[in-house]
Design a protein around this ligand. Structure first.
Ligand code: FPP
Length: 247
């Protein structure tokens, strides 16, 4: 309730739903192995979950959803898997963009694009341009992203500007990050049984409620998402205050 004063368009939900949910989608590979399928088939199934969770966010009027699709450390995976993952992003982007637009979803891709394939960068630019003025769910997808990259990149921008050099404070840093202007995540979810932040949104997760589940991403359906939302709703967020101060 304190965090959104500067974001008049994004008010906290009365029924204790998060405004911004950030997710690390983990477990596609293990899901595929269990079904005797290739890892790529696991990622393909993971895309179905992405669609289901987007639908659930729309239904519940969640304003912002940020998904970690590919981290800078993921380049270390087998070349074939990396190639297939990027092929999948490209195909999904091309295939789903009209539907996202119809649903008034505003898409933003965050991460270092300088090393991405030209065709993918063009598809990203087109998708962002098409959906720029949409007013529904804000969908952020992190591709070749890391929280440290984002901070470093932002601080370098600040250092280049002689005006800002004198006055580097928390607000100034928040304003040069990829998700500047959006409220910080209220709820962070990581599927796949691992309890780590893995270099995701390091600055923005400072006060976020963390939720970890053993469910593998392809199995993370709407009811699993609702369990996470219910867990979040039961938590008391203090932002450093005492329980008494919160009344
Ligand atoms: C983690 O599972 C998943 C990824 C590194 C890729 C996530 C990508 C998708 C869900 C599909 C594409 C998404 C969009 C938004 C188009 P893992 O491979 O680390 O699984 P494991 O830990 O079981 O091996």
């Amino acid at each position: 309730m304190f965090k959104y004063a500067s974001h008049p368009g994004l008010k906290a939900h009365a029924d204790n739903l998060p405004v911004h949910v950030a997710i690390i989608m983990d477990g596609n590979g293990r899901w595929a192995k269990r079904q005797n399928l290739s890892r790529t088939k696991g990622h393909i199934q993971g895309v179905q979950t992405v669609r289901e969770v987007i639908g659930a966010c729309q239904e519940k009027n969640i304003s912002v959803l940020t998904l970690f699709a590919f981290g800078v450390e993921n380049w270390k995976r087998p070349t074939k898997e990396v190639r297939n993952l990027f092929r999948l992003f490209f195909l999904v982007l091309r295939k789903d963009i009209a539907k996202l637009h119809e649903n008034s979803i505003k898409l933003k891709i965050i991460g270092d694009r300088t090393v991405l394939h030209k065709a993918l960068v063009s598809a990203i630019n087109e998708a962002e341009d098409l959906t720029r003025h949409n007013t529904g769910l804000q969908l952020n997808i992190a591709v070749n992203y890391s929280g440290r990259w984002d901070l470093l990149n932002g601080i370098q921008k600040l250092m280049k500007d002689p005006m800002s050099k004198k006055d580097i404070n928390e607000d100034a840093i928040s304003q040069v990050l990829s998700l500047a202007g959006l409220p910080e995540p209220d709820l962070f979810i990581r599927t796949g049984g691992v309890q780590r932040i893995s270099n995701f949104m390091l600055w923005e997760l400072a006060y976020t409620e963390l939720y970890f589940t053993n469910t593998l991403w392809p199995d993370f359906n709407k009811s699993a998402f609702e369990l996470a939302l219910n867990d979040y709703a039961s938590r008391e967020r203090r932002f450093g205050l005492t329980a008494e101060q919160l009344g």
